[in-house]
Design a protein around this ligand. Structure first.
Ligand SMILES: *Cc1c(COP(=O)(O)O)cnc(C)c1O
Length: 410
């Protein structure tokens, strides 16, 4: 008799996005003339860089002829792309200890974040930031690592609280944890950590034999000196950290799908019989078993992002989004909101100083300004009272948002 995975039965529904959609739809039906601006989107709006489009067209052309056709590629990704990533994102930034063999191409960061738990032993203590990207918790619930939900808390997860009082930054756990998920620059708060701050987490992981899963989907937005783009900028991180990256927010690949995960050769733990567990070998085995690689044209498109033209286009797009974020941040600050993000991140996170709840603020923004936003509490209880605005909308809509905020809330 088939029995379903009971963990799906304890996984709460994805209430946040459906509730936002419901409230927006309700408001729209009562106010048909209102032009609502979507400041809640987590998707990019600028088109693919031309360098990627040209490379993909050429690759599709190759696929049309028997002499240049490509079928199954290597499960880890083509060498040309792994080398381009290594040369540019690691060696090119002084991180010589990462090699192309440590890099695994995937169809995006979300898949890898969801799948990485295949490497975890049972009964581990897993720590996640609150607020945080919901995938870390939900994937661990599905895998049976989270325990049960009691008063809004998962009994077997450690919540790394990131409250406003500590600038939405996590503090080191006071108990032993085995796995730590970190995402900086952070979605949703936009907070970024310096290399010195990241080093504290690496030192903790090295001292406790724990594994860090570092989500750096937003590394391209780092614009201040001293802020970490890669966890491997911290000393010893290759012995305790897996880094997961994506071309989605960097190069508009949200619809094309390509990312990569770095599992350094130095990442070694012990199996229960004392044999060495190389996480790189394990991930290679896992991917070769459950994954058959990313499309050849997509990998050629990703490779082209590292050409001088591709790099210039990425820089242009990222600076457009950062300028949007700056406009939002400055406007909100001038209206008396406390903000974070918007400097090394496309997201601006803010709270009302009079103690309004996230949904109360959401409704105010929707009803008064006709703006849709993302309630911070949807990313965890420590996000209560906060709102996330996106810098991914068009400049025109960003400027209209700033006008509406000043007009209605000043
Ligand atoms: C968007 C996002 C991802 C997902 O990226 P994909 O490569 O499109 O799957 C991962 N992590 C964070 C924090 C994100 O915001």
């Amino acid at each position: 008799m088939f029995r379903p995975n009971e963990n799906f039965n304890i996984l709460p529904p994805n209430y946040l996005f459906s509730e936002v959609a419901r409230r927006v739809a309700d408001f729209r039906s009562q106010n048909p003339g209102a032009g609502i601006i979507r400041m809640d989107i987590g998707d990019v709006s600028l088109p693919l860089p031309q360098a990627a489009v040209s490379a993909m067209r050429k690759a599709v052309g190759e696929m049309a002829y028997a002499a240049t056709f490509r079928g199954y590629g290597p499960e880890q990704g083509y060498e040309f792309l792994r080398r381009a990533i290594c040369d540019n994102d690691y060696k090119g930034r002084g991180l010589d200890h990462i090699s192309p063999d440590d890099i695994f191409i995937s169809d995006g960061a979300k898949s890898d974040l969801g799948n990485i738990g295949d490497l975890f032993g049972s009964g581990l203590t897993i720590a996640v930031c609150n607020p945080g990207y919901p995938v870390y918790v939900d994937a661990n619930v599905i895998d049976g690592n989270a325990g049960i939900l009691r008063d809004g808390r998962w009994s077997r997860l450690v919540s790394l609280e990131c409250p406003a009082e500590s600038d939405f930054k996590p503090t080191l756990p006071t108990q032993d944890v085995d796995v730590i998920y970190l995402c900086f620059p952070c979605n949703p708060t936009g907070v970024a950590l310096s290399v010195t701050e990241i080093q504290e987490w690496v030192d903790y992981a090295l001292a406790h034999d724990s594994l860090i899963i570092f989500d750096s989907a937003y590394e391209a937005y780092v614009s201040e000196p001293g802020i970490a783009r890669s966890i491997y900028e911290a000393e010893g991180a290759e012995k305790c950290a897996i880094e997961i990256r994506s071309f989605s927010k960097t190069a508009g690949f949200t619809g094309l799908r390509c990312g990569y995960t770095v599992v350094p050769a130095a990442l070694r733990f012990a199996f229960s019989n004392g044999e060495t567990a190389s996480l790189r070998n394990m991930w290679n085995r896992r991917q070769s078993t459950k994954f058959n690689g990313v499309g050849y044209p997509v990998q050629r498109a990703a490779e082209a992002l590292f050409s001088p033209e591709g790099q210039a286009e990425i820089r242009h797009n990222v600076s457009c989004y950062l300028e949007n974020a700056r406009i939002l941040r400055d406007t909100l600050e001038s209206l008396g909101f406390e903000t974070t993000g918007g400097i090394n991140s496309p997201y601006v996170w803010f709270r009302d100083m009079n103690g309004k709840g996230s949904w109360e603020l959401f409704d105010l923004l929707l009803h008064e300004c006709h703006l849709s936003s993302t309630p911070g509490v949807g990313f965890g209880s420590a996000g209560e009272g906060c709102i996330r605005f996106t810098g991914f909308n068009s400049r025109k809509n960003t400027l209209r948002t700033a006008e509406r905020l000043k007009e209605k809330l000043l």
